[in-house]
Design a protein around this ligand. Structure first.
Ligand code: PEP
Length: 250
């Protein structure tokens, strides 16, 4: 049995006070979360240390939205995996579509970030997803297959730290979701690719769905066999709405 994960990606939203309030409001609801669901939130870097300290003992774990592809040095504005680890952050999102398509991160750079996090023994929430033109053109399976290469040559003991998030770019922040069947089809494809390399171990890998998950569509999507929870953007910015999504994963 795979334990579901529901992760909230706050992106570049919220003032300091708003972030504190959101974190506290969500933690206050944790008794209502199903016991078989892990809950993660990814606030902007500047709030990580404080929220992680406030959250010690809370079920709402604080993770990073990104990390640098280099270890240290003259990389103005970047934050390394080891810095995150040094303040007690154990997990980060890598390869989010906004990083790939807005900031132009290549597969190679995403792979370097994965390796940086693994070197720090951190969990990686590794995102893949095709653009609308790629789905319409029928190349979506090839696109996902290419993106997956970043995690397909790891030692099995390192691969254990990978959580995959399938996020079709056309469904992120658009209000449009993949149908539960489209999600299951791609999740099953991803698991088959992982299985080719890691065999039975791939049955343990959590594969999250992301793309306009809301309380009214979450249970149907999360109910699919290979969907092990969700990565949620917009709907994670309201504690009670996000809590509904968490409950749907139980
Ligand atoms: C995301 O940014 O990872 C995401 C899935 O966003 P949204 O839920 O707003 O579509």
């Amino acid at each position: 049995m795979r334990k579901s994960i529901v992760a909230g990606n706050w992106k570049m939203n919220m003032s300091h006070v708003e972030a504190l309030n959101l974190y506290k409001s969500l933690s206050a609801l944790e008794e209502s979360f199903p016991s078989n669901v892990e809950v993660l939130v990814a606030p902007p870097y500047v709030y990580l240390n404080e929220l992680n300290n406030i959250g010690k003992g809370s079920r709402v774990k604080v993770i990073a939205q990104n990390c640098a592809s280099n270890e240290s040095g003259a990389y103005t504005g970047e934050v390394s995996a080891s810095m995150l680890r040094s303040i007690g952050i154990n997990s980060a999102i890598v390869g989010h579509s906004e990083r790939r398509h807005v900031f132009g991160e290549s597969i190679r750079e995403v792979t370097e970030k994965v390796l940086m996090l693994l070197k720090q023994n951190m969990q990686v929430v590794f995102c893949v997803g095709e653009q609308l033109s790629e789905r319409k053109g029928g190349s979506h399976f090839n696109v996902i297959s290419d993106q997956l290469q970043s995690v397909l040559s790891l030692e099995p003991s390192l691969f254990e730290k990978i959580v995959v998030a399938y996020e079709p770019v056309w469904a992120i922040g658009t209000g449009e979701t993949a149908s539960p069947e489209q999600a299951q089809e791609m999740h099953s494809f991803i698991r088959s690719k992982l299985n080719e390399v890691y065999g039975k171990q791939s049955n343990q890998t959590r594969i999250l769905y992301g793309g306009s998950v809301k309380p009214n569509n979450a249970s149907e999507i999360f109910g699919k066999q290979d969907v092990d929870g969700g990565l949620v953007g917009g709907a994670s910015l309201d504690a009670s709405v996000f809590a509904e999504i968490i409950k749907a994963a139980g």
